[in-house]
Structure formats: structure tokens, C-alpha cells
Design a protein around this ligand. Structure first.
Ligand code: ASP
Ligand code: MG
Length: 308
């Protein structure tokens, strides 16, 4: 198969769509930064390569690179660096580029790219409720700024400022009512964003904290966009105690050697925290009501395609 040159594809981009995507990107990044700065957060620079990264809950290729004989991974999320940053600071965020070499099955979802940016934040000594409120306020502020800056006609017709707090649905209740594929169905039905909370342990990564009063259920959450746009946020309270992290790594069938540095830090004392990450490109797509993320991103790393 002869693929079109990535350069040719680039010169044929839909100017109007990439302009709006880039404009919304500019507005929401500024808005979210100002929102968090006002709350006293510190912005930390993104980490691009490191010996440890997010294991994720689904298989993605995990290439490493060797540098002076040391092994580094590409950042899949800054989860562990967020936890470590709190050894020194109280609340931090980063606009963090993530590389997730997703399998081909995720090609048609319209909301996966192999490279994306998430605004990843973490707060020391606070719980899930606290960071959910921050998420709701930050999203509302960003939407308000977009509505003030752009013509309604260029935006998602369903976009508006939503009533807060957003609705919360327990994961198992969602499964009972809508079945395993609840996220897609509920997102399509919804007209406002909503939270999925209390996700079962084996459905998520080892770093989210198990509930004190409910075994096998986590103190975590996802935010889901309405109108079929799917997942916006993942986050939760974190596991920070050495023994518990070790147990959770074992339960997930991961190798503790891969997380030796995290375990060493946990021995020295990682602070309790909660946080989340919100995908920037997905937020842009939702605001514009675009069919695919790749329509509104200037250099989209589309899965399985040779692109710039
Ligand atoms: N950054 C997310 C978190 O804070 C995890 C993810 O990237 O999915 O939980
Ligand atoms: Mg997630």
C-alpha cells in the first residue's frame, strides 16, 4: 500500500477546523492555568522520559530507550512524578505530553491519539471530593471563557455552562443498569457531564486507593462528557503506603522490579494525595462538537498512520 505523504496530508488540512481547534486549545489552557494559579497551585514542567511511568490498565507498547546504559520509558502519564512532587510541594499541575502507543482497535474511537497532552494535577492531603470540585470549577471556567470568546455557531450546539456539582453514579450501579458498555450508552444519553465513581480494583491501575469501608472498590472517579463524547477525566485518591502498593502491584500481576523506584520512595514516605488528569484534545473536541480529535488537532498522532 502506498501511503500519502504526511506532508501532503498536512498541506490539505481543513483550515477552519484546525484554526478553531487551536484557538479553543489556547483559550482553555490559559483559562485552566489561571484557575489553578489562583488556587495556589505550582506548575511543574512535564517529564518526557523516566525509568518509571504509568502502567495503564490496558496493554500498550512500552518501548524503552537506552541512554548511557540506563533504561528510560516514554511518559504514559506523570502519575508517579505527581505523587513525588508532593514530597516538596502541596499542590501541583503540569501540561503533560503523554505517549500511549495504543492498539489498532482504538483507531476508530475518535478520541484516542498516540500522543496527547493532559493537564495532570495532584493535591497533598486531600480527598476525592476536593479534587472533583476543582475539576468542576475549572471546566466551568474554561467553558465560560470559550462562550465569551467564540461565536456560538462554531461550537458544539449542546455546549453550555452545566449545573454543579455534577451527578455521581457508582460504577456497579452503571453496570447494572446499562451493562458492561455503560460508558458509551450513558454518555450518549446524557446532556450534562457526570461522574462515575467507586471503580472496582481490577478495572484500574494499582495506584488508586482502595476504599476503607469497601473491599475491592477504589476511591477514584472518571468524568464523562455528555452527548456521546465519552471519557474526560480519570483520577482518584492514591495508594501511598509501601506495603499496600506492593500488594496492589502483585494483585495486578505486575513486576515489582519495574516499580522499584516507586517502592523505594514509598519506604521514605510519599504523602497521601488525590488528583486527576484531563485530556486537553478531548476537551477541545467536545467544545467544538468535532467528530474526531484528529479533525481539530494540528499534528494528530493518529493510531496506525504515518503522520507528522
Ligand atoms: N493522570 C491520571 C490520574 O491522575 C491517570 C491517567 O492518565 O489516566 O489518575
Ligand atoms: Mg483513564
Amino acid at each position: 500500500m502506498i501511503e500519502a505523504s504526511p506532508i501532503e496530508g498536512f498541506f490539505h488540512r481543513d483550515k477552519e477546523k484546525i484554526y478553531l481547534g487551536t484557538k479553543v486549545n489556547t483559550i482553555i489552557r490559559g483559562s485552566m492555568k489561571r484557575y489553578l494559579d489562583r488556587l495556589g497551585f505550582l506548575e511543574i514542567n512535564p517529564v518526557i522520559i523516566s525509568p518509571i511511568s504509568d502502567p495503564l490498565n490496558h496493554p500498550v507498547d512500552d518501548p524503552t530507550l537506552s541512554y548511557y546504559g540506563y533504561r528510560y520509558r516514554l511518559t504514559k502519564s506523570m502519575i508517579f512524578h505527581k505523587q513525588l512532587a508532593l514530597v516538596h510541594f502541596d499542590k501541583i499541575y503540569s501540561f503533560s505530553p503523554n505517549i500511549r502507543l495504543e492498539p489498532l482497535e482504538r483507531r476508530g474511537t475518535g478520541r484516542h491519539l498516540a500522543e496527547f497532552t493532559q493537564l495532570d494535577l495532584e493535591v497533598k492531603g486531600k480527598g476525592r471530593e476536593f479534587v472533583m470540585k476543582i475539576a468542576e470549577g475549572m471546566i466551568d471556567d474554561a467553558i465560560e471563557n470559550v462562550l465569551n470568546a467564540l461565536d456560538r455557531g462554531s461550537l458544539n450546539p449542546g455546549l453550555r455552562r452545566y449545573k454543579r456539582p455534577f451527578r455521581k453514579v457508582r460504577y456497579l450501579d452503571a453496570v447494572e443498569e446499562y451493562g458492561k458498555n455503560f460508558e458509551t450508552k450513558m454518555s450518549q444519553e446524557a446532556e450534562e457531564p457526570f461522574w462515575i465513581i467507586d471503580i472496582p480494583l481490577m478495572e484500574r491501575e494499582f495506584y488508586d486507593r482502595e476504599k476503607d469501608d469497601e473491599e475491592g472498590v477504589l476511591m477514584d472517579m472518571d468524568l464523562i462528557y455528555p452527548l456521546g463524547y465519552g471519557e474526560a477525566i480519570s483520577g482518584g485518591e492514591r495508594e501511598y503506603k509501601y506495603e499496600r502498593i506492593l500488594q496492589r502491584i502483585a494483585k495486578k500481576g505486575q513486576r515489582k522490579e519495574d516499580y522499584a523506584l516507586l517502592l523505594e520512595a514509598a519506604r521514605l514516605g510519599i504523602p497521601p494525595s488525590a488528583g486527576f488528569g484531563i485530556g486537553i484534545e478531548r476537551f477541545v473536541r467536545f467544545i467544538l462538537g468535532a467528530e474526531r480529535i484528529s479533525d481539530v488537532v494540528l499534528f494528530p498522532k493518529e493510531i496506525g498512520k504515518f503522520v507528522l
